[in-house]
Design a protein around this ligand. Structure first.
Ligand SMILES: [Ca+2]
Length: 309
């Protein structure tokens, strides 16, 4: 028996939309949603299709390795987008609150869109609330600009939060010029570190808990969570402040680098901080609120460092 349909029936045929840049293409392929349409600009031409008819949008950078620029500020983009950067691609997303992830070879971006990308080594976020989640392998994150740097060969810019994978070793390096508006989160478990290096005039570390707190680097605040040790080098004036609870702080040669670094620790209340002696002119250790004790132990040689407690 055939099914019986009553009343008008509308059937939208949904199909995939494929866009490939040719060898002469210049500039990125632009994608946006507007007025219920999905709008794609490539080769200088703008084409639009009703969003309900687009099952997926597949973009290929082609021989010109054209980048992809997605603007989702006016409305979310329903169709999943895939992008093959053809080996040297770049992705830009305009709009807020996107979570990017990168596994060392390919990546995803979600939040008002669903994008998968590969053969792409550069991402740019334009808008607030962008988070980048790193690979499960041990990774070094170099932060060299405001929300900008590299991880696993991927250059990123405009990112607010950096999140390491669980159960690996992430090292977040803040070099000269590096800053972050949001939070550095090493992820659960593993052994994740924060390193301050390069040219900085001052750094102040304030603990909030055993693995969280803030680092103020040349006046710019970096919030962190889920980290293990913090290493500071190349900074003239270092201030380490304990937590609001009862700190039992010890100051002693860093067991891992006894002749070059001094370690400040209070394991149950604050993140361990290791400071390179060379290049440091003052080190201030203070307990903040609570009933605190600060003990200097071991044979601590601090030539040319003014230690204030
Ligand atoms: Ca981690």
């Amino acid at each position: 028996m055939s099914p019986v349909l009553s009343g008008p029936v509308t059937i939208a045929f949904r199909s995939a939309w494929s866009v490939v840049a040719d060898a002469t293409h210049t500039g990125p392929i632009a994608v946006r949603a507007g007025g219920g349409d999905l709008v794609v600009t490539a080769h200088g031409d703008t084409a639009m299709r009703p969003a309900t008819t687009v099952k997926a949008l597949d973009v290929n950078g082609g021989p010109s390795k054209a980048g992809l620029s997605i603007d989702k500020t006016s409305e979310p983009i329903a169709a999943p987008i895939s992008y093959d950067g053809a080996g040297d691609g770049a992705v830009e997303i305009v709009g807020s609150n996107v979570t990017w992830s990168f596994d060392g070879a390919k990546g995803m971006a979600t939040g008002g869109l669903t994008l998968s990308f590969k053969n792409t080594w550069s991402i740019t976020a334009k808008g607030s609330g962008h988070t980048l989640v790193g690979p499960p392998t041990d990774s070094t994150w170099m932060v060299t600009g405001a929300g900008a740097g590299t991880v696993a060969g991927l250059a990123f810019a405009g990112i607010e939060n950096l999140t390491g994978a669980a159960d690996n070793q992430d090292t977040f390096v803040f070099d000269t010029g590096g800053s972050l508006n949001g939070i550095v989160d090493g992820g659960a478990g593993g052994l994740d570190k924060l390193v301050v290096q390069g040219q900085h005039a001052s750094v102040a570390s304030v603990a909030q808990g055993p693995n969280s707190g803030t680092i103020t680097l040349d006046g710019s605040v970096i919030r962190y969570a889920g980290l293990e040790p913090i290493t500071i080098s190349g900074v003239s004036n270092v201030v380490v402040t304990g937590s609001a609870s009862d700190d039992i702080i010890t100051v002693h040669p860093d067991p891992a680098n006894a002749t070059t670094h001094v370690e400040v620790k209070s394991p149950s209340t604050m993140e361990t901080v290791s400071v390179q002696i060379a290049g440091t002119t003052s080190l201030t250790v203070q307990g903040a609120a609570g009933r605190d004790s600060i003990t200097v132990d071991g044979s601590l040689a601090l030539p040319s460092v003014a230690l204030a407690i």
